[in-house]
Design a protein around this ligand. Structure first.
Ligand SMILES: [Fe+2]
Length: 384
């Protein structure tokens, strides 16, 4: 398909039609509903089955309105402090010094509106092989917009509390075992009519040829939606690809008449407060947000301990050796998040994270523990 044909497809109702068809397929998969546990406290086996089958599951109504509002206002305040109007700027849109230089890792990952910053480039070990279509942004757009914000546990107390949610952590235990570890914690930001795309890719990096490779070896992501997510602004996945090993995405695109609109892909449709989990081995991506709807996603993930220990990091925590001490230090954010949540929602039953059971006192959420555990904590990300 020529670029001109694709542009005309984009500007007419073809994309809308593709979205509607994708939504229909998504709702036929039978992999959405509230987080539910058996009377023994185990994750409902039907949920696990559906997750294993599709590679993703949409948990409905995980975060309530009060908590969503707290997080939305913290995020709005944070985004006001991004460099503006381009990523090299030292000031924000109000002329104040932009947030960033005080952190070991720059929190702002910014690119041109509606662009695909990664597709077809060697960035991130070339894991995004195909460039998505890049529509022309509106005339008054800033040069660069933030699409990812890194190190969010130290930037947003409300993010830390969501990360400590007991049901979300019980799901992590069910999928990755009681000694599960974190991965990285970021915001995905897709503002209306300017939000960039994320080209089709699989997240997993290091275990594709592992002798004990299986579908869960690269962990999974949790994406909590502050405003919901639609077929136009949300993540799409190709169900079942987490079981296929390393997928040749470029070959799939060529076999699809050079189009990045796959007929077997489905969008992750969410209401505000829903949270989906996606296996990091699924083929997934998102289109540029040409819609009028905002998407802001609280994104984190979990790994099996056995998948990270002794490995050398890729992408997040790049080049770091994941020793026992390194992993344990990184995991301290979990008991801290549990305590932060418990202080805010004292009537909620708190999750007990086994690797730190009995050490709750040392992980009380306080100015000292925030400083000791969270300052530049993402230097120790667990990227695999
Ligand atoms: Fe991804």
């Amino acid at each position: 398909m020529s670029e001109t044909q694709r542009k005309s497809e984009w500007s007419n109702s073809e994309f809308r039609k593709y979205c509607v068809e994708g939504e229909k397929r998504a709702f036929e998969l039978d992999n959405r509903g509230p987080i539910q546990f058996t009377s023994e406290g185990l994750l409902d086996p039907d949920i696990l089955d559906a997750y294993e089958r599709s590679g993703f599951y949409v948990f409905e109504k995980v975060i309530g309105e009060v908590e969503l509002q707290e997080c939305r206002s913290e995020v709005d305040e944070l985004l006001q402090r991004a460099p503006w109007p381009h990523r090299e700027s030292e000031v924000d849109r109000h002329g104040r010094t932009a947030l960033g230089p005080e952190f070991a890792i720059n929190p702002w990952i910014m690119t041109k509106p509606l662009s695909d910053p990664l597709g077809g480039t060697p960035v991130n070990n070339g894991r995004h092989p195909v460039k998505m279509f890049e529509p022309e942004p509106p005339a008054n757009s800033p040069v660069h917009v933030p699409y990812l914000v890194a190190g969010c546990l130290q930037l947003l107390p409300s993010f830390l509390r969501i990360f400590g949610h007991p049901d979300i952590l019980r799901v992590a235990e069910a999928i990755n075992g009681a000694d599960f570890t974190p991965f990285t914690e970021v915001l995905f930001v897709k503002e209306p009519e300017i939000g960039p795309s994320v080209s089709w890719h699989q997240d997993g990096q290091i275990h594709w040829n592992h002798p004990q490779w299986d579908e869960n070896i690269h962990g999974y992501n949790v994406q909590v939606q502050l405003y919901g997510s639609t077929s136009a602004n949300g993540v799409w996945v190709i169900p079942g690809t987490h079981r296929e090993g390393k997928v040749d995405i470029a070959a799939r695109v060529s076999a699809n008449d050079d189009s990045d609109w796959f007929d077997d892909a489905v969008p992750l449709i969410c209401e505000p407060g829903d949270a989906f989990i996606t296996n990091r081995q699924t083929v997934h991506g998102s289109f540029p947000n040409t819609s009028k709807d905002r998407r802001v996603t609280v994104n984190f993930g979990f790994h099996r301990y056995s998948s990270v220990i002794g490995q050398t990091g890729k992408l997040s925590g790049d080049g770091n050796l994941y020793t026992e001490d390194y992993v344990r230090q990184r995991c301290r954010c979990i008991p801290l998040a549990i305590d932060a949540r418990s202080q805010r929602f004292p009537h909620e039953e708190r999750y007990v994270y086994q690797p730190f059971a009995g050490l709750e006192e040392q992980h009380r959420y306080s100015p000292e523990t925030i400083r000791d555990i969270l300052t530049d904590y993402n230097l120790r990300d667990l990227g695999i």
